[in-house]
Design a protein around this ligand. Structure first.
Ligand SMILES: Nc1ncnc2c1ncn2[C@@H]1O[C@H](COP(=O)(O)OP(=O)(O)OP(=O)(O)O)[C@@H](O)[C@H]1O
Ligand SMILES: [Mg+2]
Length: 224
């Protein structure tokens, strides 16, 4: 059975008398172990789609199912619980907590759930992401790329079944970006995690199992 499924979702914003249909009747399915990449240019609806898929933003219509549970039929608290059980989210703007150090930020989702994390796995992701020397820094003391890598480490530490990542290489140089792609490929292979990456970075196509294109809120096939 599919682990993530969106049925006919639409999300419209109204601001200053302008109506933007950021997500326009999108359906999407991911099976366990899928590595899906959704390519689209700025303003095409990538972040909006990912937020709706991750239970963060309620669509105007349509429904999202995680492991068969209809997210938006749930109450807010229950939806948050399903999200924290299944989803690691890498936000485009990182969403790190300013008052917490890098290490505290990274461990926050597991601390909230009272879960134990795999310390050797933590060491491995921190070393691949080259964050080990910055663990006691606060977000304000980090470069943009370091913040991005901290946000990535936070999403991965719990080994969530689904990882949703919003432009995760946007602030990384190509070498660091490539290292992260290898980490994604390996996690996908070894842990069977399902990844959905939204990006304008075509380098992701190489490791993707499914490639889609989003444009003006419409999701379609990607053509090289
Ligand atoms: N809160 C909001 N209020 C009004 N319009 C919004 C809001 N959020 C997004 N939009 C509009 O919806 C469209 C899609 O935005 P979205 O952030 O999903 O694009 P994106 O593909 O992630 O772009 P980028 O690559 O620049 O991050 C944009 O035209 C944007 O102006
Ligand atoms: Mg975006």
């Amino acid at each position: 059975m599919e682990i993530l499924k969106a049925e006919n979702i639409t999300k419209t914003y109204r601001a200053n008398d302008v109506v933007v249909r950021a997500v326009d009747h999108i359906s999407f399915t991911a099976e366990p172990g899928d590595l899906s990449v959704i390519l689209g240019k700025s303003g095409s609806g990538k972040s909006t789609l990912l937020h709706v898929l991750g239970g963060i933003e309620k669509p105007d219509s349509g429904e999202v199912f995680i492991n068969g549970k209809a997210l938006y039929r749930l109450k807010e608290a229950e939806r948050a619980r399903v999200r924290s059980e299944y989803v690691g989210f890498v936000f485009q703007n990182f969403n790190l907590i300013d008052e917490l150090t890098v290490l505290e930020n990274i461990r926050l989702p597991s601390d909230i759930r009272g879960n134990r994390y795999d310390l050797s796995f933590e060491e491995r992701i921190l070393s691949v992401l080259e964050m080990t020397p910055r663990l006691d820094f606060y977000p304000a003391q980090l470069s943009g790329g370091e913040r991005q890598r901290a946000a990535i480490a936070r999403a991965l530490l719990m080994k969530p079944q689904i990882v949703l990542a919003d432009e995760p290489t946007g602030n990384l140089d190509s070498q660091t970006g490539r290292q992260f792609m290898q980490l994604v490929e390996r996690s996908n292979r070894e842990l069977g995690q399902t990844f959905v990456i939204v990006t304008h970075d075509h380098a992701w196509v190489e490791i993707a199992k499914n490639v889609y294109a989003i444009s003006d809120g419409h999701l379609g096939e990607h053509h090289e």
